[in-house]
Design a protein around this ligand. Structure first.
Ligand SMILES: [Fe+2]
Ligand SMILES: [Fe+2]
Length: 277
């Protein structure tokens, strides 16, 4: 592996993350700060994304895959759906492992630290499942992972194809995207197989849950934006107005709608009567 340039290297020519995937970079006050703040916030977004991926794939994704591997869970499913679940569970464990190493390496190479604490989706999902029974939690997490597994590939592809992004980051994303495109096909098929088997009550429940779960996954993480700003500028009274303007702005809303398209296509194909979310 060639030695990666650091942020203070005068010859630095790559970004750590595509501008269009870093919401804070759209704010005029951030743009006015110049290239060093730009690069540091892009690096922070990369580290946040890797930490998000680890939390996702070692958390709800792993729990859902373990249930799918259990012969007593959804026992009527096809042999292919059950055996493929074992392969995907292995791959997700491997992804979490690879990303743990990548996080350490990129923290060293960027000179930045990943945001501390859990990503917002963990708290949002916990707020939805808080008082539910084990079987209800399993149902919510199943829907959440159907969403996350059909959404994740498009961001990874965008990351892997961004010419301005550091080659090591693109390589990490490309390898992950190759696996995730198969996972997406699996979850499309699993969801299409599951929906007609749900009774009316569960279909109704799922229809009301899915928009909340989409927002839980896609909404920006305000705490991690504050974390990025404070690591780059130190404590600043501008942080709250910047984070609010970015999170409530049209760019974030448009990005969420764009990112949701693969999942919305899956829902439309399966004739899920989803209201606009
Ligand atoms: Fe993965
Ligand atoms: Fe996956």
């Amino acid at each position: 592996m060639t030695e990666a340039p650091r942020l203070d290297d005068a010859t630095f020519q790559y970004s750590w993350y595509p501008d269009e995937l870093v919401p804070l970079l759209s704010h005029s006050e951030v743009k006015d700060e110049g290239v060093r703040v730009h690069d540091a916030l892009a690096a922070h977004q990369l580290l946040a994304y890797i930490r998000f991926t680890i939390a996702l794939e070692s958390g709800p994704v792993q729990r859902v895959m373990e249930r799918l591997c259990d012969p007593s869970y959804l026992p009527e499913r096809s042999y292919w759906l059950k055996t493929e679940a074992n392969a995907i569970a292995d791959e997700e464990r491997q992804h979490a492992h690879v990303h743990e190493h990548a996080l350490c390496r990129f923290e060293q190479e960027t000179g930045m630290q990943a945001p501390s604490g859990v990503p917002a989706f963990v708290r949002r999902l916990g707020a939805i499942t808080g008082n539910l029974s084990a079987s209800e939690v399993a149902f919510v997490e199943f829907l959440f992972v159907c969403i996350s597994e059909t959404l994740i590939t498009s961001d990874l592809r965008a990351l892997s194809r961004a010419p301005q992004v550091h080659p090591e980051v693109r390589s990490l994303a490309r390898n992950h995207a190759d696996d995730e495109s198969r996972h997406s096909a699996y979850f499309h098929r699993l969801f299409a197989d599951t929906w007609p088997r749900l009774d009316t009550q569960h279909q109704h429940h799922a229809t009301s849950l899915i928009p909340r779960l989409l927002r839980a996954y896609l909404s920006p993480d305000r705490d991690w934006m504050f974390d990025g700003i404070s690591r780059v500028w130190g404590a600043t009274d501008r942080a709250e107005s910047i984070v609010n303007a970015v999170c409530d702005g049209a760019c974030v809303r448009e990005r969420m709608l764009r990112a949701a398209r693969p999942t919305l296509r899956m829902l439309a194909t399966t004739s899920v009567p989803l209201e606009i979310w």
